[in-house]
Design a protein around this ligand. Structure first.
Ligand code: CP3
Length: 345
């Protein structure tokens, strides 16, 4: 590691009196300066593919809160978009993808030059790394194959998680094929992000929760292991963080993977369980319920204190248990950062 970064030092095992801080969805609609750039860019996709503006919004939360790491401004759905599914966002409805992927049309999504279409993302990474000071880390990311597949299969946010389990039981060969295709593309995509300047990468498996074990192992644990190993093979020094949301005690299956350097815990997980069962295997990150930041005040500080106390003697990265929502007052975020950084023994 050439960079003197609190975040990277923690991921390599250092215990810090004050942990490094970054937040999921730290760039986004809760920030007025984001909304301003977003309006200038046109659509969300136009913003993701405009390196100058995407780099600007990546840096906004670093400037405002002096966080220890920036996360590239992009989206997990850029991969399906680059594979040939049209992506758009409908007000109040979230993302839409068309045509939906099926056993009949999967071949048309194989042949696309995905990395070439995502070239602006790598340009954003380069521009951002050049702007960031040496003590700040830059995080690259991708969606986990299962989570990305749920959007590709549903044509948007899935309304009924049972429908996707049914897909898996009905068409296991197709789902396995799709997960495999996404895993291979994701390895290349993350390696290209690293070559453009990412200091660490995170994989978001937002929809891993609620899957019965053999299915979770097949669609989430194994693919994330494969991707993490694919990244490590090309870039052994780059830390890989996994965020398998709402998997409960199955988080242990991820934490013990040799290629897992960090495990981000969701707000539903008992942090003392995480301290007892995960911290010995990997660096734990996160856990704070983003909704307590909307509330702010003492409840927010107490929730932060619980995490800081539990993890004070192990390497720990301060973060949320999921992303900020647009209702989050930025002043509460500033108070939270100040609270975490107040003098601690
Ligand atoms: O600051 C950051 O965290 C970096 C950028 C980032 C975004 N999305 C920007 C974004 C990251 C890391 C993501 C990940 C992402 N995207 C996930 C995994 C993590 C999670 O939140 O569960 C998922 C499932 C998506 C898919 C996605 N993108 C959805 C469901 C939506 C719509 C929901 C919403 O809030 O509108 C998006 C849009 C999106 N991605 C926005 C942002 C800032 C809001 C778009 C806008 O400006 O209108």
């Amino acid at each position: 590691m050439t960079r003197q970064s609190k975040f990277l030092e923690t991921l390599s095992g250092d215990v810090q009196a004050i942990p490094p801080i970054w937040f999921m969805r730290q760039a986004g609609r809760y920030l007025p300066e984001y909304r301003e750039v977003r309006a200038k860019a046109g659509s969300f996709l136009d913003l993701c593919f405009n390196p100058e503006l995407a780099s600007e919004v990546t840096l906004q939360p670093i400037r405002r809160f002096d966080l220890d790491a920036a996360i590239l401004f992009a989206d997990i759905l850029l991969i399906p978009h680059a594979m040939g599914q049209k992506l758009w966002f409908e007000e109040g409805e979230g993302p839409r993808l068309a045509p939906v992927i099926s056993p009949q049309n999967i071949d048309q999504f194989r042949s696309q030059d995905v990395l070439e279409k995502l070239a602006p993302v790598f340009e954003t990474m380069k521009m951002t790394r050049a702007e960031l000071s040496d003590d700040k880390a830059l995080i690259g990311f991708a969606g986990a194959p299962w989570t990305v597949a749920t959007y590709m299969l549903a044509g948007g946010s899935m309304r009924d998680p049972a429908a996707l389990r049914e897909w898996y039981y009905r068409e296991p060969a197709f789902i396995t094929d799709l997960i495999e295709l996404l895993s291979d593309i994701t390895i290349e995509y993350l390696n290209a992000q690293i070559e453009a300047g990412a200091d660490a990468v995170q994989l978001f498996d937002t929809w891993a929760g609620g899957l019965p074990w053999p299915v979770l192992d097949a669609v989430s644990v194994r693919p994330l292991d494969k991707i993490a190993r694919g990244v490590k093979k090309a870039h052994p020094e780059i830390p890989v963080i996994l965020f398998p949301k709402s998997v409960g005690e199955k988080a242990g299956e991820y934490a013990t993977l040799a290629a897992c350097d960090g495990l981000s815990i969701d707000y539903g997980m008992d942090p003392s369980w995480a301290r007892a069962h995960l911290s010995g295997h990997t660096v734990v990150q996160g856990g704070l319920d983003p909704l307590v930041v909307i509330e702010g005040g003492e409840r927010m500080e107490q929730a932060a204190e619980t995490l800081l106390k539990l993890f004070h003697d192990v390497p720990y990265v301060f973060n949320l248990g999921h992303g900020f929502t647009p209702a989050t007052p930025p002043e509460h975020v500033a108070t939270l950062v100040k609270y975490i950084r107040k003098e601690r023994k």
